[in-house]
Structure formats: C-alpha cells, structure tokens
Design a protein around this ligand. Structure first.
Ligand code: CTP
Ligand code: ZN
Length: 155
C-alpha cells in the first residue's frame, strides 16, 4: 500500500474505468486516445507523476460512466504497456486487466502518408503492424514512433 493510506489524491469513482500504472508523462496522450478534450460531459480525473513502487512514478486516468472499447485499449497498450484497466461498478473494482500489446492495429490509426492507399478515400482499412518501438503501415511501410495519438482514428 502506498501513501493513499494517508491521503487520497483523487477520489474513488462509483462507476467507470480507472486506467492505472500509465507510463508517467503519458496521461494526456491517454486522454487524446479516448477522445477526451474537455468538451464532453464525462467526469474525468487525472493524476500525474504519482509515486509508485520503490522509486517509480505513474499517471492515472479515471473516466466515470464509461468502459473502453478494444480498439482504445489496443492503442493504449502502445503508449502505456504497463497500464492496468480497472472496471469499477458501485465503487468496487469488478474487473482488472493488463493491456495486451497487439501484433497489429486495424482501422485505428490513420496513415500520415497522403499517397498511401489506406489514406485515400477508398474502403481500405488502415493496418499497422506493431514493432518493438513503434508501428509500421502494412501498405506503405511508413513508421510511426512518437505522437501515435495524433494519428488515431477511433470513434
Ligand atoms: N479506484 C477508484 N475508484 C474505486 C476503486 C478503485 O478510483 N471505486 C482506483 C484505485 O484508486 C486504484 C485503481 O482504481 O488507482 C485500482 O484499484 P485497486 O485494484 O483497489 O488498487 P490496487 O490493488 O492498488 O491496484 P494494483 O494492484 O493494480 O496496483
Ligand atoms: Zn501507409
């Protein structure tokens, strides 16, 4: 147990999803992946650089009244591989899962190469294979490493 015993940083939620153990510094990217920009109605709490473990730090994102889609979890895993997804109902964690790094993400990211066949307005879904340090377009081999969130095409 951490210093949560003495002080609660952000309050517990009643129903929704807690994305915990997010790589420190990536909470805002998580919000971008979830399409949260403050214009919606959802109640969202964010904690950044919270002490975690012996020497580490983490970010936490709590989204009330919402569960995540598999597409969202797949993209989250790319930027926060140690994250846990906690589904909360009536204040209890009813489901806890680690994110799984997929081998490919289909229809989630859009290829930044304007000449890519998947970027044209054709019924071709984007497809990126997941590398150790980024993703690669299956059609034109463009590699994305940083700023994945800028290329998300969900919902
Ligand atoms: N949480 C929350 N609201 C609740 C229940 C839990 O915001 N009603 C948050 C906790 O603050 C924590 C996360 O959800 O950040 C996971 O909760 P829990 O499984 O109780 O904590 P730990 O056992 O410490 O989780 P882990 O082992 O995954 O670190
Ligand atoms: Zn491409």
């Amino acid at each position: 147990m951490s210093q949560d015993d003495h002080q609660l940083r952000v309050s517990k939620i009643r129903d929704g999803t807690v994305i915990d153990h997010v790589t420190a510094g990536h909470a805002l990217t998580v919000l971008a992946i979830l399409g949260i920009d403050g214009s919606g109605e959802e109640t969202v709490s964010v904690a950044m650089n919270v002490p975690s473990g012996e020497t580490g730090h983490k970010d936490i994102v709590k989204v009330e009244g919402r569960e995540l889609s598999q597409d969202e979890v797949d993209v989250l895993s790319l930027i926060a591989p140690a994250a846990t997804i906690n589904i909360v109902r009536e204040y209890e964690v009813v489901e806890k899962s680690r994110v799984d790094r997929p081998t490919a993400v289909v229809g989630v990211l859009s290829c930044p190469n304007a000449n890519c066949i998947s970027a044209a307005r054709e019924p071709i879904e984007s497809r990126f294979s997941v590398l150790a340090d980024g993703v690669r377009c299956a059609y034109c081999e463009t590699i994305l490493r940083e700023d994945l969130a800028d290329h998300i095409d969900v919902g």
